[in-house]
Each structure stands twice: as C-alpha cells, then as structure tokens.
Design a protein around this ligand. Structure first.
Ligand code: ARG
Length: 569
C-alpha cells in the first residue's frame, strides 16, 4: 500500500533539506476532514530555516512533485500545508491491499526480532480470581495480541502468586481438617474457608502460628509432604482459573510464578549486599530510596523471609537472561504503581544492561465499579469471575431469545456476544479510568459496545450472502465509490495499521476499540444512505467489496481485543 505520509515527507525533506524522520514526526492527520488528509505545520521549521512559516509553506507547495501522482490539491492555511489525496488513489490502494492481504490485513513486521515479555493476569493461588485480575487478563491479552500482530515475539507470563507464608497456614489447616472440605470440587471457596479458620486459630494460639511458619520453612526446604500439598493447592487452583481462561480464550507462554524464584533470590541479596545497599531498618533488610523520594524497598522481612519485591527483582534478572527482552511489561491495577517504581529503581543496581532497565514498563489500570444490586454476588461480596462470565452469556442468550428466537447455535453465539460485551466494556476507555460495570450498557446492541460491532459485522456478512457472490477485485471499478461515507470508510481502513501501532506504543487497547466503533458507525451511515444491492452491477460490485473489507477489518480488530465474531446473531 502506498504510504502517502511517507511520500509527502520525502518531498518536504528534499525541498527543505531537513531530515526525513523529523518531517514525518510533524505530519498530522487533521481531525476535520475539510482540512485535508495530511497536514504539515510549517511553523515547526521556522526557527531551523530562519523563514516565516507562510514562506516555507509557499516554497514547499511550489516545488513539490507529487501532484500528478496522488495529490489532488495542496492548500496553505495559517502556516499549515494541507494535502488532499485523490479519492481514487485511496480507494484503489486500500481495496487492492485488502484483496492481497485478506486475514492478514494490517499485519506488520516492525517487531521482527524483538522480544516483548508481558506479565498479565497473575492471580494468587488459593485466593479468588477477582475482577481486578479480569482487567489485567483482558488488557494484557489485548496488548499481547496487538504486539504479536505487529511482528514482535511475545512471551505472555502468568506470574502466579504461589509463594508466601500463607501456604504454611494452608498446609496446617489442611493437615487438621482436610477431610471436612471438598477442595477438589470448589477449590478456591474451600481453601478460603480453611484459610480463615486456621487464621482464627493462630490468633488464639501462638504455638499453632509457629507451626505454620515451620511448615513454610519446610516447604522452602523441599519437605515432601509440604511440597505435595502445595502442588495440590496450586494444581487445583489452576484448574479452576483455567475455566476463566478458556471462556476468555487467553493463553500464556510461561506459568512461572513467584515460587519459581525461590532459589533465585539469594543472588539478588548478594549483589545488593556487595554494593552495601542493604540496610538494617527495624529488623528488616531494605534498600533506601529516599533520594528517589520513595519509601524503602523491603528485601527481607524481620523474620528473614523474602518479599514480593525480592521475587520480582529475581524475575527481572531471569527474564533479561532468558528472553533478552526489548520490553518487560507489567499489567496491574494502579494500586501497585509504587511497588513497580521501587523495584524498577532497585533493578538499576543489579548490573543489568541498561537496555533491560530501560525496558521495564508498568501499565496500571483503574478499578471496576459495580452498579450495585445488578449483579449476583456471593457471600463476602466477592464476585466469582466464572459466574460473572456465565451470567454475561445467559443475559446475551435472553436477548437473542427476544430478538431472534429461531437463531441456530444460540448458545455458541450467546457466548461470543456475552464474553465480547464484557471484554469490550473493559477496553473501551483509557485503562487508567475506573470502569463502570453495568450489564444494560455493555449489552446494548445499539451502544458503543462489543455487541454493536458484532451486529454490524453480521450485517456485512448477510449483505454478501444476499448478493450471492463476492466480486473479483480485478473487475471492480473504483470510481463507482463516490459518496462521502464510502470514502470515510476507505480512509479508516487505510489507517488501521497506524491505529494498531498507536495502540501498541501507548499500551492502550481503547485506541483499537474506539476505532472499531467509528468504523462500524461509518458503515452504518453508508448503509443507510446507499443501496448496496440492486444498483447497477458495477456500483453493486464496488459497494459489496467495500462491505466485505469493512467486515474483515472489524473482525481482525475485534480478534486482537479478544472478541470473536458470530456469523449471525
Ligand atoms: N499476584 C499479584 C496480585 O494479585 C499480581 C502480580 C503482578 N506481576 C508481578 N510480576 N508482580 O496482585
């Protein structure tokens, strides 16, 4: 596909003698289409060229050699040079590219040879997989898929919380009352009950607390009984979490959780010690971060046990060595902003190549606010994610029953709609914003929602079905797409790859989500304003191909967010 921006930049660079990279950076896409397709702010060069912006603009305009190629006109407005691309060039370019690339449309190779580690989901063993973990899972997975599409080699890591003194307690509780609980069936619920019960006992009896600590010590030392129980808790918990991952179709390349680093933390302690960075403070070993205006990073607690932070430091070193990462991205709620700031600071002392410490990135997201009374909650107000996703599916099924009761494969389609609605709702706003969880909003087929995008996609499918054929690209007369909405759709499809790059660069899936809404809405206007089937064959062919292209891009974009398209709904 012709990169119009690049071509324009090359010319400007030649005329002004300023580096191409700099020019490219300055070129904008005006938000108002009347201001052209690309715009160059000449005042950015005024200082460098020692000329007034107006004069620079005139000079570029007079010397540029693109007119006959693809530029319709160039206008000078207030120091801006506005470029208008010939509609026919846009159309032929985009549709030919769609035809060549098909399901790979928008794919890129910019990431080839670069490794990106993405740490997401990362729930805690024997504890509920809560709605915050859902956000981490959904956002992390979308970022993972987007980077992969751009050619990066992605390593998705589920950094499970499978380590810590609570396992000493669980082992003690299970030893005492294991028979009373059915942890095979309802793993997390039952383990939580055991945990609460043993905690109460510990409060009454200091000796039992000591037993729990001993168990943890034994676990660390590889005692067979303790390891066996820990493994059982872990396996059963993962089996339960897997149900959520299956519903969301999320995958990981590594399940190395915190316990994996139990034998890799000594090295961290040694390095920090050798550099005399470890200080004793109130019985704990800390790295002072006062000059960075942060509270200290605790490396070893008063009782000598290591911390969440120490395991994360060991993980950074391990990942640098194992994956030679360009970026190591962490997706968690904003509650952990300080934690990551601290460990990224301490990581700078660990003799790693600067490439690695520069590549450490925390991607925080906001909380989920539930619209109270509308969601079934279990005791303790903890919503089980599997139940939540199942509720989404059954609500979608109910809507189908009302709208289209004769639909075949109702359950499978309800699954796509329900899960799609939850995922889209999670990704529609800038991630740092708190998310409002409201069933009616997210399942509204006419809103800015997942089901809306699916609905428009299905419409593109049924239009092609109704026509009964797919026109061949070589026979399409591009000049038949004359209306404003056609051209808007074409321009949106043209910008798809750029949207993916922006989304990846900012770690913001909402950029894709909003783009898809805009594309769907524009298609809806196009459809309302134009007859697709029944015009002359030439017009019908051109419009059908545009319809097909829209559906294709909606499908690819949704897939990157983790949303599947139904063929009917
Ligand atoms: N298990 C943690 C939690 O539930 C999240 C872990 C995030 N990843 C990490 N490497 N610290 O809050």
């Amino acid at each position: 596909m012709i990169d119009f921006k690049q071509k324009i930049a090359e010319q400007i660079s030649k005329i002004t003698n300023i580096l191409l990279e700099e020019i490219i950076q300055y070129i904008e896409i005006p938000s108002n289409e009347e201001m052209g397709d690309f715009s160059f702010p000449c005042f950015k060069l005024a200082k460098e060229l020692k000329k007034a912006p107006q004069i620079i603009a005139q000079e570029i305009k007079e010397n540029i050699k693109l007119e006959k190629d693809f530029i319709q006109k160039i206008e000078v407005v207030n120091g801006y040079l506005n470029f208008y691309i010939m509609p026919q060039k846009y159309i032929s370019n985009v549709l030919t590219e769609v035809s060549n690339k098909q399901e790979d449309y928008g794919k890129s190779t910019i990431g080839n040879g670069k490794n990106i580690v993405i740490d997401y989901s990362s729930p805690n063993i024997a504890k509920p997989f809560h709605i915050g973990h859902l956000r981490s899972t959904v956002i992390g997975s979308a970022i993972y898929k987007t980077y992969k599409y751009l050619g990066y080699n992605c390593i998705g890591v589920n950094h499970l919380g499978d380590y810590g003194t609570q396992f000493g307690k669980l082992i003690e509780g299970y030893k005492r009352w294991g028979q009373e609980y059915n942890i095979e069936e309802n793993t997390i619920d039952e383990l939580t009950k055991i945990y609460i019960r043993i905690n109460e006992l510990c409060k009454e009896n200091e000796n039992i607390l000591e037993e729990c600590r001993n168990n943890f010590k034994k676990l660390e030392d590889g005692d067979p009984y303790c390891v066996e129980l820990w493994t059982k808790f872990r396996d059963l918990s993962l089996k339960e979490f897997q149900k959520v991952y299956d519903l969301l179709q999320v995958q990981f390349d590594s399940w190395n959780g915190e316990a994996f680093y139990s034998d890799k933390m000594q090295e961290i302690v040694d390095i920090l010690n050798k550099k005399q960075l470890l200080k004793l403070s109130e019985g704990a070993m800390i790295v002072d971060l006062e000059d960075k205006e942060m509270p200290p990073c605790i490396i070893e607690k008063t009782n000598g046990s290591t911390t969440y932070a120490t395991r994360d430091l060991a993980a950074i070193v391990y990942r640098a060595r194992t994956y030679n990462f360009e970026k190591n991205i962490y997706v968690t709620s904003y509650e952990q902003i300080l934690h990551f700031k601290q460990i990224f600071e301490v990581a700078k002392y660990l003799d790693l190549n600067k490439k690695y410490t520069d590549g450490l990135i925390h991607i925080p997201f906001g909380m989920v606010q539930l619209k109270s009374g509308k969601m079934s909650t279990r005791e303790g107000n903890i919503i089980k994610l599997e139940d939540l996703l199942k509720e989404a599916i059954s609500r979608a099924e109910k809507i189908i029953d009302e709208k289209n009761p004769k639909l075949e494969n109702k359950q499978e389609i309800a699954k796509k709609i329900g899960i799609g609605a939850v995922i889209f709702n999670d990704l529609y706003n800038s991630r740092i914003k708190d998310e409002i969880f409201d069933w009616d909003t997210m399942l509204n087929f006419n809103g800015e929602t997942g089901p809306y995008i699916q609905y428009i996609y299905v419409r593109t499918k049924s239009l092609i079905e109704k026509a009964g054929y797919m026109p061949n690209i070589s026979e399409i007369d591009f000049s038949k797409l004359e209306d404003t909405f056609s051209l808007r759709i074409i321009k949106l499809i043209y910008s798809f790859e750029d949207i993916l790059k922006q989304s990846a660069e900012k770690y913001e899936p909402y950029i894709i989500a909003r783009y898809l809404i805009k594309l769907a809405q524009t298609f809806s206007s196009f459809y309302n304003e134009n007859k697709i089937i029944g015009e002359s064959k030439a017009i019908q062919d051109a419009r059908l191909y545009l319809t097909y292209s829209t559906g294709l891009v909606l499908k690819i974009g949704a897939k990157l967010l983790g949303i599947d398209m139904p063929d009917r709904m």
